[in-house]
Design a protein around this ligand. Sequence first.
Ligand code: FA5
Length: 509
Amino acid sequence: MLQNIINELTQYEKMVLKGLESFNYETTPENIVESQNLNIKSVMSAAGALESKGLIEVQKDVNEFISLSITGKGYAKEGLPERRILKTLNDEDQIPMKDLSNKADLDSSEVKIAIGWLLQKKWATIDKGIVTITEAGRNAVSNEYSDELLLEKLLEVNKLLFFNPSKLIKEGFDLLKKRKGILDVKKEHKYYLKVTKKGKQLLEMGIDIKEDATQLTHEQLKTGSWKKLNYRGYDVQAEHPDTFPGKMHPLQRTIEDIRQIFLKMGFTESSGTILESAFWNFDCLFQPQDHAAREMQDTFYIKNPKNVNLPSDELVENVRMAHENGGCTGSEGWGYLWDVEVAKQSVLRTHTTCVSARYLAENKPPLKMFSVGRVFRRETITYKHLPEFHQVEGIVAANDITFKNLLGILKEFYHKLGFEVRFRPAYFPYTYLSVECEIYLPDKETWIELGGAGMFRPEVLEPIGVKTPVAAFGLGIERLAMMRLDIKDIRMLYKSDIGWLRKLPVKLD
Ligand code: FA5
């Protein structure tokens, strides 16, 4: 253990320790500078490192030094302005204020200062513009005041350590401090280094000062002489400050992971627009025009643009027939009068299934497509509901695709994210058979619904001209992210809680 510490010492740290040993384990940094022939910066930085390793103690004293400014030196040589007036007053007893400047050879600003101090020191009185010397003033003529004594002393010694000052010096200091720009006060730090018990143990074990190899040369590598060099050890367990590198937001991370899974499963990625026609969002998914989900309280309808262009007349006509009487789908349809104006309404898409419908209308099976995007619903916000969230949508279309294949794909997908899924029979107007995928939440002791899936109905496929079976699914991403991140409230994903975000790993399990 101690040997490891020795190995990790830098050359400078070793020299400082050795230096201290030669001064009987304690001395000033200046002495080390001299004895080890180092500069003070290297000694101090090595001392700091040794202190953090508990090998020495660094004692720090702050000393205050006082000295005279240029003005202060002038006063020290020529006398304080009040002293110069006092001398003239001693000869003349009384002087009119207006003559002071001339008689004492002072400029007007100095006279002002001097009068203040003459009164404060009680050396003179002023009455009707006449300055008169007092008894105290006369006594002061041949006696110096504490401020004057300090001025003299400072002129003589240049710099004075202001530590535990005598009463006189303290008094002089207090008086001079009241005037601006006379005294300079400087703090100087004094250090003293002492080897600790642990440091002594280290020294007893013997510290060998060898030059450390810092940079290897080409020559050393080629000849193999690097093997004989001395290398300093590194403490790989040394404390280090926490770092928080930039990383993807966990929701975005989840989206990226989902994309990768589907891409690896051979799906093609597609996307749609957030603003969609009711036609693609509802009608071509065989959702009747009086369906509850289409109500204003469930869906965001857009004022501008109020309507969106519809696809070809033929397709619109096919959809109309599917709704009104089933067309050539073999179904009876919903049996109501389909309104093209309702289909033209623009909405914020309520699910990404509209992307699948468009894709099927434009691409021929066999195909495997997925898309990720934001969807919007007029929902009351709760721990598992948001009015704006993400879905991942997918379709697999081919002659031999079955409902079982669909369940297999979903199982595989959730399995790759580390979840076991269960399926519950469900209803969607556009699929048959239909299921909901659920995952268990141990904390809440409940199953949480993650998505819907099913085989698209003929009423969806016939109007858009698709002849093969199509397995389809639409899964909520935020709810999945909640489980991956073990959070109990979906709103956390949108809170930008920096403390929480920092603690999350870069890669999610
Ligand atoms: C649908 O949106 C269907 N389009 C899914 C589908 C696609 C079925 C293809 C069949 C074939 P649903 O309304 O259940 O289904 O929403 C799917 C998932 O989105 C839900 O399971 C849930 O995980 C998520 N979700 C729904 N509403 C919210 C909400 N308000 N906040 C957060 N996530 C939600």
